[in-house]
Each structure stands twice: as structure tokens, then as C-alpha cells.
Design a protein around this ligand. Structure first.
Ligand SMILES: C[S@@+](CC[C@H](N)C(=O)[O-])C[C@H]1O[C@@H](n2cnc3c(N)ncnc32)[C@H](O)[C@@H]1O
Length: 234
């Protein structure tokens, strides 16, 4: 899918996004809970870049746990950024946020951030070289030693694992109340619009994008998450 089509899709989904995925919250909350410990070593007044911020779910969690953190929320979907802004206002942390409709490469190329999140975004970049430069755009905006927490769907799609995990994942979404037509769209998208790669391959793409290390810290169904360190220059 072209990036413009993806943006249109997320613009259309923005208003109903949180409701649609609400019952998947046990997975999200688990991921965020682990993230708290991973980001705990960051400075109390850390600057965090949220790439593909969507409706601001991860921002809202981090803002509550880390009252000194400041955030830059980036997303090419203006409708998503609108929902994100409204959530930050309702939750009382909008004064700690900058909102940016666009891509990471349109932010100043400065090592400004102590940490970054990028949840369920890079999987939409099918070309591996482009996916690598997407991570490089994040890495070059992190300070030395900065941390990236990212998640994507991952699996070896030719493996028996995937043959077991895919139907289980679709059933999980059905049990969580995702509508049948959305499930059908999602299954079709996995086959052609989502780059589902083995976890070790995603890690190596992240490292090739300028990170010193990338460690998987989470898996629930097909969703995997990695903590990656920018590395400190000698
Ligand atoms: C599946 S949603 C995830 C939103 C949020 N991170 C979450 O976990 O709830 C993916 C988001 O990434 C955004 N996105 C898509 N391509 C992007 C890109 N190249 N750079 C930054 N964000 C992108 C979409 O507009 C959408 O808001």
C-alpha cells in the first residue's frame, strides 16, 4: 500500500480507533508495563519522540508514570494527531507535548531525544532498505545512549509457528470484539500490506538503521517488541 493510501486509511480510522481496539488492552497494558522499567533509567525530564503516535495511547501511559517527561508526537495522519491532542488535553498533559503532522525526517536532524517509541508502525514499510532508513531517521534524533522501544507484528510466515499463531491471533481479535469485516480486511492486509518478518530479522534491520543493540523484550501472539540502544560514541 502506498504511504498516501495508508494515511487515508488511518485518517478514516482515527475517530473509532480506540473503541475498535479497546478489548486488546490486556496486551497493550502488558507492553506498557514492561516499558516503564525499560524507560526508568532515563532522566526525570527526558524528551521522548513518539513516532506514529496514533491516538496517543503510549503517550498517555508514559505521561502518567513519568510526570517530568516531555513528548513530541509525530504522525502523518492529521486525524490521528487531532485525537492524540484531544486525549492529551483531556488527561491534562498537553502542555508537555508538541504535535507534528508529518514524518520523522521532517523534524530537525538534532540529537534531541533521550527516548523514542514506535509502536506498530515500521511493519507498514515493505521495502527493507526503506525500513532501515526509517529507523536511521529515529536513531539520528536520539542522544548517544538513547533508547527506542518499538513493536511490530513479526513471525516467519513460512513456518509452522505462523500457521499456529495467525489463526490464534485472528481469533483473539474476534474474541476482543473486532468486527468480522475488519478481521477480513486485516487478514488480507497481512498478506500484502504488512511486512511480517522473523523477529531476528526485524532486530537486524533496527541495528542496521544505526542502533548498537536491539533486544526483543515482549511477545503476545504475533506482536513483538524490542528495546534498542543508540549506543554511546567513544
Ligand atoms: C497501527 S497505528 C499505531 C498507533 C499507536 N502507535 C498505537 O500503538 O496505538 C500506526 C500509526 O502509524 C502512523 N504511520 C504510518 N506510517 C508512518 C510513518 N512512515 N511514519 C510515522 N507514522 C506512521 C499511522 O498514521 C498510524 O497512526
Amino acid at each position: 500500500m502506498k504511504q498516501e493510501e495508508l494515511n487515508t486509511l488511518f485518517d478514516q480510522q482515527a475517530a473509532g480507533y480506540d473503541k475498535q481496539w479497546a478489548r486488546m488492552s490486556p496486551i497493550r497494558e502488558n507492553l506498557y508495563f514492561l516499558l516503564e522499567s525499560l524507560f526508568a533509567p532515563l532522566p526525570a525530564a527526558a524528551r521522548i519522540l513518539s513516532v506514529g503516535a496514533g491516538t496517543g495511547a503510549e503517550l498517555a501511559h508514559l505521561a502518567r508514570i513519568f510526570p517530568g517527561f516531555r513528548f513530541t508526537a509525530v504522525d502523518p495522519s492529521s486525524a490521528m494527531i487531532d485525537v492524540c491532542r484531544r486525549r492529551a488535553e483531556a488527561d491534562g498533559f498537553s502542555s508537555r507535548c508538541d504535535f507534528h503532522v508529518g514524518y520523522v525526517d521532517s523534524l530537525p536532524a538534532e540529537e534531541a531525544y533521550h527516548g523514542a517509541t514506535c509502536f506498530l508502525v515500521s511493519q507498514f514499510i515493505l521495502d527493507q532498505a526503506l525500513r532501515q532508513s526509517f529507523f536511521r531517521d529515529i536513531a539520528t534524533r536520539l542522544r548517544p545512549g538513547g533508547l527506542l522501544a518499538s513493536s511490530d507484528l513479526a513471525s516467519d510466515t513460512r513456518s509452522n509457528d505462523y500457521a499456529v499463531l495467525l489463526p490464534a491471533w485472528i481469533s483473539t481479535m474476534a474474541a476482543a470484539g473486532v468486527q468480522p469485516e475488519v478481521l477480513e480486511r486485516t487478514r488480507a492486509a497481512y498478506a500484502k500490506d504488512v511486512a511480517i518478518l522473523p523477529s531476528s530479522v526485524v532486530s537486524s534491520i533496527i541495528v542496521a538503521g544505526g542502533f548498537e543493540s536491539s533486544v526483543q523484550f515482549f511477545q503476545a501472539g504475533l506482536m513483538h517488541a524490542w528495546i534498542s540502544s543508540r549506543g554511546r560514541r567513544a
